[in-house]
Design a binder for this molecule. Sequence first.
Ligand code: UDP
Ligand code: MG
Length: 153
Amino acid sequence: MEKTLVILKPCTLQRGLIGEVISRFEKKGLKLAGIKMTWLTDKVLNEHYAHLSDKPFFQRLKNAMSIIPVIVCCWEGIDAVRVVRAMTGATNGRNAAPGTIRGDYSMSSQENIVHASDSPENAAIELARFFKDGELFDYTWLQTACVYANDEC
Ligand code: UDP
Ligand code: MG
């Protein structure tokens, strides 16, 4: 099954929305494969946001992402990358559709609650960036038989 990375950003921890956002992924039927609290370093943020290094908001974004710790988690499921991106919504919370995480909880283009991997290739790179060997777990998830038809997985 496909795995994807979600980062619950510092704004989410400050606003007391960690449980609420995790609950959405659980209720959707995604399997939690790993979760931890970590304080992001400048080195990791330079890698993670390399595609934005020429943007005027790059330093501001890095500051916001390292002001307090974040929660990183790995969610697993069929088409997990696409499903989680759809649940996340547009980058700017003011433009994100109601019903999406950003659409429901964010009013900002920066303080937008979650990061979610945007492709299976990037998900693999990002999961390797944030989780060491042994921090992602393969276990029997009893919900599988209720979440999927038996010929889907
Ligand atoms: N960001 C920002 N201002 C912008 C665009 C992006 O502060 O105009 C921040 C925002 O926190 C976003 C992150 O940079 O989540 C990464 O940007 P990306 O374009 O990868 O958007 P995402 O994949 O998070 O929707
Ligand atoms: Mg992105």
